[in-house]
Every structure is written in structure tokens, then in C-alpha cells.
Unconditional design. Sequence first.
Length: 156
Amino acid sequence: MDTVFAGLVAVLGTLVGSVSTHLFQRRTARRAETAARTERLRQERLAAYSEFAAAANELKRGLITAWFRRRDEPRDEAAHRAAQTEADRLGALAETARFRLHLVADDPGVNRLAATVLGATAGLHRAADRQQIIRLEREFEAAVDAFLAAAARQVR
């Protein structure tokens, strides 16, 4: 009888050990999967935020270039048209980057700030003079700084 009881205790002990090991491994695997998913999302956000900021900055540069071409070379319509075409292309890239950002951003504030950044480029090509260009560029930089501060909080 003692041998049977000892055998039952050994079998039950082995069974409890196997079940608890399985549960711990499953919980560990879930945690690892959740951590990996969280890190992938963080990396996606980082890439999308960086891509958007770079695209917006290129758009600003393209719009200012078009403004200078129109002002400094008023008779060279081809140069102005080429600069404007490039600015349009850069605008499309910035919008595309904003779409991607919108898909991965978890914070509506980040999306609003991204829209503000693009809005800050709107008046650049219509600026009346160099002083207005400088003022609009400072407004753009302030909008980008606000966007980057909010984005940085999301990826930390």
C-alpha cells in the first residue's frame, strides 16, 4: 500500500510540475510576444515620425526655393515652373508621410500637430517679401519642434 501511495504522490507531483511549467512557459511566451509587438510598434512610430518631419522639412525647402526662383528670376518661367513642380512633388511626399503617421500614431494630438506642421508651409510660396519668409519659416520650425516633442513622448 505504501508503494502505491508513494507512486501516486510521485505521479501527481510530476503532473503538477508539468502543468505549472507549461503555464509559466505560456505566460512567458505571451509576455515576450507582447514586448516584441510593442517594440515593433515603437519602431514603426519612430520611422513614421522621422519620415514625416524630414518630408515636411523638404517641402519647406522646396517652397522657399520656388519663392526665390520666382522673385530672383522673374523672366525664367521654366526655372520657376520646375521649382514649383518639385515643390508639388515634395508636398505629395509630405502628405503621404502624414498618412502613414496617421496610421501608427496613437495620440490624436500628434496627428493635429502634424497637420499644423503642414499648415505652416501653406503661406511660404505666397510670401510678400523676405521678412515674411523668415517669419513663416520660424513658425514652421516652432510647429516642427512641438510635433517632435509630442512624437518623442510616444516613442520613449
